[in-house]
Design a protein around this ligand. Structure first.
Ligand SMILES: *[C@@H]1O[C@H](CO)[C@@H](O)[C@H](O)[C@H]1NC(C)=O
Length: 168
């Protein structure tokens, strides 16, 4: 192949890569901001539900893909936090419009907010047969985490903890 053919290809590939990586980074930043916003209710729910340290560990490690989430109390706390932001219906399901608005208020655009709501809704559908609310929410949270990791949108835990620590 003559070299003048290769150059445009290389340039195009680089541009594509830059745009792609850039987009991946900004969704990750928003997930970080969303996590932080959601975590603002953790303290209140921690007191309200009198949760133990091992459940707090689950929160600090939540975005680590390899970390096993097995405590159903984790699901109870997530539900408490979601209720705090009024994101849950009477039937313990996500309120779509409010969840969409919550994502937007944390920096997501309409497309991203819709993607997030859709992912959570898909996870709800997979686990809708579970009658125990806390266990079901735990499974939904795990399912959502898996989807976010597939997209490489998971917030970086070190950065997140650093940011939370400096704000407290
Ligand atoms: C992050 O979320 C806060 C609300 O908690 C919002 O005011 C802020 O604009 C968001 N930041 C970005 C970069 O979107």
């Amino acid at each position: 192949m003559p070299s003048f053919v290769k150059w445009p290809t290389l340039v195009l590939c680089s541009i594509f890569l830059i745009i792609y990586v850039d987009k991946a980074i900004s969704s990750q930043d928003i997930m970080m901001n969303l996590t932080k916003g959601f975590a603002a209710a953790l303290d209140k729910c921690k007191k309200e539900l009198n949760i133990q340290d091992h459940i707090m560990q689950d929160f600090f490690n939540f975005w680590r893909e390899e970390y096993q989430l097995v405590n159903k109390e984790f699901g109870c706390v997530v539900m408490c936090m979601a209720s705090h932001f009024d994101l849950i219906n009477e039937d313990s399901k996500m309120h779509h419009e409010k969840a969409h608005a919550f994502a937007k208020s944390h920096g997501a655009d309409d497309v991203l907010a819709k993607q997030i709501v859709t992912m959570i809704h898909e996870c709800e559908k997979v686990h809708e047969g579970m009658s125990d609310d806390c266990s079901r929410v735990l499974e939904i949270a795990k399912c959502f985490r898996g989807k976010i990791h597939e997209l490489k949108w998971a917030p970086n835990m070190e950065t997140l903890i650093e940011e939370i620590m400096t704000e407290v």
